[in-house]
Ligand binder design. Structure first.
Ligand code: ADP
Ligand code: MG
Length: 317
C-alpha cells in the first residue's frame, strides 16, 4: 500500500501548494469558518493548517490517514452530484507517505483532543491525547524528505510561496464567508476576514480592478452568474468558478472575447462565479480537479455571453 500511496502522491502532491490545497479543502469540507495557514520555507520545511471545523472522532483518526478512506461518498450515485471538494479519500494517505504528518483533532462530543502521527514508510500511526480546541490541525514536516527525486523538483522558496499565495487568492475568492490567515516564516502576510463577496473580491483583486470592472449578475432557469470583468493589458486576474470550484475552461474566455467583440490583443481580467445544476457538469475529469465538462456547453456559453453583453450595455448607459 505504501507504494500505491506514493504513486497516488505523484498525482495529488506535486509541491507545497498542492498539499495546502488538499488540506484547506478538507477544512472547508469540515465546515470551518476560520482557517490558519502557517508555513516555513515556502512550505518545504513546514505546512500547518489549523481549522475550527467539525473535527474527527478518535476512532476515525488513524483511518483518515488510510488510502480510500473517505467519509464523503457512501453510494455510487453520490459521484454524479459531488458537492464536497474532496472525494477520493487519498489526500491524507498520499501526503503522509511523503512527509512527517501529524493530525490533531477534537470533535464537539469529545472533551479532549487526539493526535496521530505518520511518517513516510512507517504507516502504523500512533495515537495519543493532545490539547486542541474543536477542529483540526494538520502539520506536514519535511515534504518529500524520503523522495529525493521529487524534492529536487521543488523550486526556490520564493517560487513555492508564490504558488501558495496564488492558491490562497483563489480559495479566498470562492469562500468570502470564511476567514483565512496566511503566515510565512513567522510573519502574517495575508489576512482575509469573513465578509461579503464584493468586499472579498476587492481585498483580493485590488481597488483598481473593482473600479474598472463591470458587474455581472444574472439568472436564467438553473443558471446563475455573478462576477466582475474588465478588459486590461494585464490578464493575471482570471478566476472562473463553477459551483465554487475554480476551473480552467475556454468557455468563459470565448464568451468574453465575443462579447467584447475583441480587437486582437485585448485581454480580459475577471472574477466570475457560475452556478449550475451539478448534474449538468462532470467534475471528475482530472485528479487536480481543475477541469469540468458541461453537458450542454453551447447553452452555458450563450448564457454567459448574454450576461456579459447585458452588463456591458447597462454600463454604457
Ligand atoms: P477525502 O477528502 O477525499 O475524503 P482525505 O484523505 O483528504 O480524503 O481525508 C480523509 C478523511 O479525513 C475525510 O473524508 C474526512 O473525513 C477526514 N478529514 C480530513 N481532514 C479533515 C479536517 N480538517 N476536518 C475534519 N475531517 C477531516
Ligand atoms: Mg480531501
Amino acid at each position: 500500500p505504501q507504494l500505491a500511496n506514493q504513486i497516488a502522491a505523484g498525482e495529488v502532491v506535486e509541491r507545497p501548494a498542492s498539499v495546502i490545497k488538499e488540506l484547506v479543502e478538507n477544512s472547508l469540507d469540515a465546515g470551518s469558518t476560520q482557517i490558519d495557514i502557517d508555513l516555513e520555507q515556502g512550505g518545504c520545511k513546514l505546512i500547518r493548517i489549523r481549522d475550527n471545523g467539525c473535527g474527527i472522532n478518535k476512532d476515525e483518526l488513524a483511518l483518515a490517514l488510510a488510502r480510500h478512506a473517505t467519509s464523503k461518498i457512501s453510494t455510487l450515485d453520490d459521484l454524479d452530484a459531488i458537492i464536497s471538494l474532496g472525494f477520493r479519500g487519498e489526500a491524507l494517505a498520499s501526503i503522509s507517505s511523503v512527509s512527517r504528518l501529524t493530525l490533531t483533532s477534537r470533535t464537539a462530543e469529545q472533551s479532549e483532543a487526539w493526535q496521530v502521527y505518520a511518517e513516510g514508510r512507517d504507516m502504523k500511526p500512533t495515537i495519543k491525547p493532545a490539547a486542541h480546541p474543536i477542529g483540526s490541525t494538520v502539520e506536514v514536516l519535511d515534504l518529500f524528505y524520503n523522495t529525493p527525486a521529487r524534492r529536487r523538483f521543488l523550486k526556490t522558496e520564493k517560487t513555492e510561496f508564490m504558488h501558495i499565495e496564488e492558491f490562497v487568492r483563489r480559495i479566498a475568492l470562492s469562500r468570502p464567508d470564511v476567514s483565512f490567515n496566511l503566515q510565512h516564516n513567522g510573519k502574517l502576510v495575508k489576512q482575509y476576514r469573513a465578509s461579503e463577496l464584493e468586499k472579498r473580491v476587492e481585498l483580493v483583486c485590488g481597488r483598481v480592478f473593482m473600479q474598472k470592472a463591470v458587474k455581472l449578475d444574472w439568472q436564467h432557469d438553473d443558471l446563475v452568474i455573478q462576477g466582475w470583468v474588465t478588459s486590461s493589458e494585464n490578464s493575471e486576474l482570471q478566476y472562473f468558478y463553477v459551483n465554487g470550484r475554480v476551473i480552467k475552461d475556454k468557455l468563459l474566455n470565448h464568451a468574453l472575447r465575443q462579447a467584447y467583440n475583441s480587437r486582437t490583443h485585448e485581454q480580459q481580467s475577471y472574477v466570475v462565479f457560475l452556478q449550475i445544476d451539478p448534474k449538468q457538469v462532470d467534475v471528475n475529469v482530472h485528479p487536480a480537479k481543475h477541469e469540468v465538462r458541461f453537458h450542454e456547453a453551447r447553452l452555458v456559453h450563450d448564457f454567459v455571453y448574454q450576461a456579459i453583453v447585458m452588463a456591458l450595455e447597462s454600463n454604457q448607459q
